[in-house]
Each structure stands twice: as structure tokens, then as C-alpha cells.
Design a protein. Structure first.
Length: 516
């Protein structure tokens, strides 16, 4: 077959695969217009008056030609129980670049944005600007491509203004989205945190589709009364996350759910077991649904202004994900975190598990402060990153702590406490025999080209500091090694220096403005 014929047949095959299967009526689109939206402050809009098209909720959910085990099981469940299709819409946010084929789920309604919203790119990229009154599962196989600040949509959500709050709003309103990691998880894990608010897939365009399809199968397998309860309690997204993680390949026992293998930053399609997810969902009873874990920080040593750059160590605080950046020079950090606001939807008593999922567990101490584990003290020591993650041999620069609520039947989806380290800085800490403390003796700020350097979060400088202390471990001063080989001595009791940021080819560069 010559190349021209090959191209013709491939195009014809792509066209035919997008057509509805004979005898099946394509689901209605849900049209979204600018006048349908109501502003809810700086985070975006709600669409309270958009209605879900009921149509024929008993029509086939999965195309009859799909013979995968999960699809066969979904069809059998629908026949056995006479079940209705789930109330859920599909939001493709890459303009069909990586779209679930219409004939794959012929009864699945899709969001269709009007011209004004498309012109404003409201239909494109990172989701969360619009909250709908019905469940939504979506994706965007897109990424930022700027040479300096380019990143996946997921990392943009973690590091952009309002991104974490929007991500939590989607998650807590029955919305969940899939995004490829793009280049943020190739050799080095670039994400400053872990969170349950979305699913991040290993790879680029198209790597998100297997997860979309698994979620659409899973939601259809849930008993109808369970789906209704999840919608009302706004627990659909956390429950789908729990089902995904509990049924990954190799996660066969409850103990395995408490390991890093079940809670990676990024998921590979090889981990997916859609047929297990469908079977688990079909057996999930309304009275057994676990809660969404809600965390809050009660005490902590992380500061609003830390390090020479005077930047906050608090990246974000949301109910199911807390993130910090270790900027200060101290060797130890402490937090007291509470999960007391977590309530079981059926009033069951809860027991909490706090698990170190990433980082050196010898340098992270978790002390439960009450019997059920609703509060915990977390004591952390500086860790020389990056560390290699055993599951995929990728380099990491984070501590991740997972918090799980167990209601006697099922564990919840995790909430996360993440602490990332500025691994572009080379720090040396040493034990002081005189003071009995562990002290920072030197730090090199010059490596702005390090793999984990994120110019949205970090800065670099063209010097190295060596610190001197008295016998009590109090700072006396430091020697600053300049790039030209000269050394400057700075006393700790001198007037505070003023530092500013300058643009550079690597990102923000810290400069000292005085001549002390």
C-alpha cells in the first residue's frame, strides 16, 4: 500500500470511529453561554441555571462493540439492575486534541462552550473557573510551553494564583479532571506537592484518556442510590479517587493502600485496572461511603517570611492538601495538624492514619495527639534531596504525608501534607558539640540550572555563604564567597541588608543592594 492510500485509509478510519454506532442516538451537548454564568469573586463563576439533559438515561452507556472486561461488566450490571446512566458531563478542554471518542460512550453529554467563552479561552486549559450544578469529568492534554516558566496544567494549578483554591472547589463540587504531566515527571518530579484534586497521567497528549475512560466506566457501575448520595454529599470526586487508588495494579490488600505505590504524584496507565474499579464501585453501598478528609494547621514553625529572599514558606492551605516550602535555614520544622473537621457522611466513627509516603521516614516523626488520631504533631529534619523514589526511580524533592480516614468499612481518599526542599541549594548541616545543636555551616545558592529549580517558586544567587556560631549555637556572622573569588565578612549584628530580585536567564536572581 502506497503512502497516499495509507493516509486516506487512516483518515477514513478516524472519521468512522467518531460516528455514533448504528442504532444509538448521540447524547445531547450542554451549551454554555456567557450569560449563563454568575461571578463568585476572583475565582470564577457558577452556572446555577444550566440543566442536565435527562434524555434517555437507560440507553447504552458503553458502545456494544467495546469488549474490554470493564465495558462488558458495565453492560452486565446495567442489564442486571436495569440501571440508569449516571448524571455526569464530559468537559474536554483541549478542543478535541485528546478527546474521548463520541462512540465510546454514546450517552455521555458533553459541555459545548459558546463563541464568547471560546474567544476568552474559558474552554481551554486548566479547569476550575466554572462550577456546574452537576458532576463533571474532564481533561486537557495541554501545557504551558514558555521556555522559562513552562509547565503542565497540574503544576500550574499548584503554583498559580488561585490555582489551589480552584482545584479544591472542583474536587468538592463533584468535578474531577485529568492532565498529562508533560515534562514535569520525566527523570525528576517537578511538582511542589501532591494532592487528590486531579489525576495526573504519565506522558503527554493522550496519556489522560485511559483514566477518563476508567472513570466513566466506574461512575456507571456505582449503584444508582450510591451515585445520588455521592452527588448530594459532594463526595463523588473523593470516592472516585479512592476507588482508583485502592484498585491499582499491585494494591490488593488494605495495607498496600497505605504505601507510596497507591499514591504517586503521577499515575501510569500500566497501573490502571479498570475492571477492578468497576467491580469495586458496583459493590459500594451507600452506608459505607468514606468521608473527604479535611485538614487544618493548628501550629507550625514555617514562616510567612523566610530565607534571604523573604518569601513565604506557605505555598497553599486547602482542606485536603497542605503544601510548604522549606526556605529557612533551620534544621528542624514542626507542625500540628488537625483532621477534626472530617465528618463521616453516615455518622460513623472515624479512625485516622498518618503515613509518610515520600521522604526519609527516619527524619519524619509523627505523634498522634489523641486516640482516634484526629490530631498529630509532625517533626521534620532537613533532608538532603533529591531522593530516588523506589517505585519509578525518579528523583524527588519532597516529603509527602498521607492522611486517611477509616470508617470501619472503607478508607477515604488521601489528604496530603507536602513539604518541598530547595534542592538547587547545596546546604551542609553539622552537629555542634559545644551547643548540642545541628547548625547550617554553609549554603551554595549558585545552581539556578538544577533540575528541580522552579522560577515561580525559587530564586538563585551568585554566591556561597559560610556561617560562624558562638558556643551557644548563636549566629556570629558569615563569609560570603563571591563569583570573582573575593570574600566579604558580614556580622550578624550589623544593620539588616536589603535584597532584591533581578530577572535572569534562569529565573529570579537575588542581589544585595547595600555595601555592608
Amino acid at each position: 500500500m502506497n503512502d497516499r492510500k495509507t493516509v486516506f485509509y487512516l483518515c477514513l478510519l478516524a472519521f468512522l470511529s467518531a460516528l455514533p454506532v448504528a442504532g444509538l442516538r448521540a447524547a445531547e451537548n450542554i451549551n454554555i453561554l456567557r450569560e449563563d454564568l454568575k461571578q463568585i469573586g476572583p475565582l470564577g463563576w457558577i452556572a446555577p441555571n444550566i440543566t442536565f439533559p435527562i434524555g434517555d438515561l437507560t440507553s447504552p452507556w458503553v458502545t456494544p462493540t467495546d469488549e474490554t472486561p470493564s465495558a462488558v461488566l458495565v453492560r452486565r450490571l446495567q442489564l442486571k439492575h436495569g440501571g440508569r446512566n449516571p448524571v455526569v458531563a464530559y468537559d474536554n478542554r483541549d478542543r478535541a486534541h485528546s478527546e474521548v471518542a463520541r462512540n465510546k460512550f454514546p450517552s455521555l453529554p458533553r459541555l459545548q462552550y459558546g463563541p464568547e467563552l471560546q474567544n476568552a479561552n474559558i474552554d481551554f486549559g486548566l479547569a476550575g473557573q466554572i462550577i456546574y450544578p452537576f458532576p463533571v469529568i474532564g481533561n486537557s492534554s495541554t501545557a504551558g510551553t514558555h521556555w522559562l516558566t513552562g509547565r503542565s496544567q497540574a503544576r500550574l494549578g499548584m503554583t498559580g494564583n488561585g490555582g489551589p483554591a480552584r482545584a479544591y472547589l472542583t474536587y468538592s463540587n463533584n468535578h474531577i479532571y485529568m492532565y498529562p504531566e508533560h515534562r514535569d515527571h520525566d527523570g525528576a518530579d517537578m511538582f511542589p506537592a501532591n494532592w487528590p484534586y486531579m489525576v495526573i497521567s504519565q506522558g503527554s497528549s493522550g496519556s489522560d484518556r485511559p483514566f477518563l475512560e476508567a472513570f466513566f466506566m466506574t461512575i456507571a457501575a456505582l449503584p444508582e442510590e450510591t451515585r445520588k448520595f455521592l452527588r448530594e454529599q459532594k463526595l463523588l470526586a473523593p470516592t472516585l479517587q479512592m476507588i482508583l487508588r485502592r484498585n491499582l495494579a499491585g494494591i490488593y490488600k488494605r495495607e498496600a493502600y497505605y504505601t507510596a505505590r497507591a499514591h504517586p504524584t503521577v499515575f501510569s496507565k500500566e497501573q490502571l485496572a479498570p475492571e477492578r474499579m468497576v467491580a469495586f464501585a458496583a459493590d459500594l453501598k451507600l452506608g459505607d461511603i468514606p468521608p473527604m478528609v479535611r485538614l487544618k494547621v493548628e501550629e507550625e514553625s514555617f514562616n510567612k517570611l523566610a530565607g534571604l529572599g523573604g518569601m513565604s514558606e506557605k505555598l497553599f492551605d486547602t482542606p485536603s492538601a497542605i503544601a510548604r516550602i522549606w526556605r529557612g535555614h533551620q534544621y528542624r520544622q514542626d507542625m500540628v495538624v488537625s483532621a477534626v473537621d472530617t465528618k463521616d457522611p453516615n455518622g460513623r466513627d472515624l479512625r485516622f492514619e498518618w503515613v509518610v509516603l515520600r521522604g526519609d521516614p527516619e527524619r519524619v516523626k509523627i505523634t498522634l495527639l489523641d486516640g482516634p488520631g484526629t490530631r498529630a504533631r509532625i517533626e521534620m529534619q532537613w533532608q538532603n534531596m533529591p531522593l530516588s523514589v523506589p517505585q519509578n526511580d525518579i528523583l524527588s524533592h519532597r516529603i509527602d504525608i498521607g492522611v486517611f480516614a477509616f470508617n470501619g468499612m472503607h478508607d477515604s481518599a488521601p489528604a496530603f501534607i507536602s513539604v518541598s526542599f530547595p534542592t538547587h541549594q547545596k546546604r551542609i548541616y553539622e552537629n555542634s558539640n559545644a551547643s548540642g545543636r545541628v547548625l547550617l555551616t554553609s549554603v551554595d545558592y549558585t545552581n539556578g540550572q538544577a533540575p528541580h529549580f522552579d522560577p515561580r517558586l525559587h530564586w538563585w544567587a551568585d554566591w556561597r555563604d559560610e556561617f560562624e556560631y558562638d558556643t551557644d549555637g548563636e549566629l556570629v556572622g558569615w563569609r560570603r564567597m563571591q563569583p570573582d573569588g573575593t570574600t566579604k565578612i558580614h556580622a550578624a549584628d550589623a544593620p539588616p541588608a536589603r535584597y532584591d530580585f533581578e530577572k535572569s536567564q534562569y529565573g529570579p536572581r537575588l542581589v544585595r543592594r547595600d555595601t555592608q
